[in-house]
Design a binder for this molecule. Structure first.
Ligand code: ZN
Length: 193
C-alpha cells in the first residue's frame, strides 16, 4: 500500500443542470498522477458531466445513479482508476446537496506501483485499431467471444500487442462483471414503495 499526496480524496460536483460546478485542488494532483490522461481542472468546470463520459453504457449507469441520489439515496461503490505505472482502487461516494447539486467523492483505498504500461501512456503511438477497456475495473477485452477481460499486463502478453507494431487505441466500455455489480448498486438504491 502506497500512501502519498495523490491519495487525498478527490471531490467534484455537478449542478442541477448536470454541469460540473466544483472541482477541488486534489483533482490536479490526480490528473498529474495519471499523466494528464484525465481532464485538467479548468477544462472540467462548466462542462456537462455526460460529455466527460465517453462510453454510452457507463453514461447511462451514471445517469441512473445520479437520478437515485437526487431522490435522496446514497451511492457507494468501488472502481479502478489505474495510471500507466500504478494500480489504484477507488471508493466512490455520490451524495445529494442542496439545490439539485450532486457531490462525487473518490477516495483511494489501495494503490500499488507496477512497471510502466505503454498501453496506458498518452505518449504511446497508436494504430487505428481499437481495443476495449472496462471503464470500471480497467481490465481489457481479449479473445474473440467478447466476454474475456484481463489485466493490462496479461492483455499485452496475450495479444502480443507490441510485437505487432503500433499499439491499438483504447476505447472504454463496461465488462459483464462490472455491469452486474453496478446494476446491483442501482437496484439497492430503489426507493421503497
Ligand atoms: Zn469491469
Amino acid at each position: 500500500m502506497r500512501t502519498d499526496s495523490n491519495d487525498a480524496p478527490v471531490r467534484y460536483a455537478i449542478d442541477a443542470a448536470d454541469k460540473i460546478c466544483f472541482v477541488d485542488d486534489a483533482w490536479g494532483l490526480f490528473a498529474e498522477a495519471n499523466n494528464g490522461t484525465a481532464l485538467t481542472r479548468s477544462a472540467m468546470l462548466g462542462k456537462s458531466l455526460w460529455e466527460c463520459i465517453s462510453d454510452p453504457a457507463t453514461r447511462t449507469l451514471y445517469k441512473q445513479l445520479v437520478a437515485r441520489v437526487r431522490q435522496g439515496q446514497l451511492a457507494e461503490f468501488s472502481l479502478r482508476c489505474d495510471g500507466p505505472s500504478c494500480r489504484r482502487l477507488l471508493e466512490m461516494r455520490i451524495s445529494a446537496a442542496a439545490d439539485g447539486v450532486v457531490e462525487f467523492e473518490t477516495r483511494t483505498v489501495h494503490a500499488e506501483d507496477r512497471p510502466p504500461q505503454a498501453l496506458l501512456s498518452p505518449d504511446t503511438k497508436r494504430s487505428s485499431e481499437l481495443l476495449r477497456a472496462c471503464a470500471w475495473c480497467n481490465r481489457v477485452n481479449v479473445g474473440t467471444t467478447g466476454s474475456e477481460w484481463v489485466e493490462v499486463e496479461d492483455a499485452v502478453e496475450r495479444l502480443r500487442l507490441f510485437e505487432r507494431g503500433l499499439a491499438p487505441q483504447l476505447t472504454h466500455g463496461i465488462c459483464e462483471t462490472c455491469l452486474e455489480g453496478v446494476m446491483g448498486v442501482i437496484e439497492k438504491m430503489e426507493v421503497p414503495a
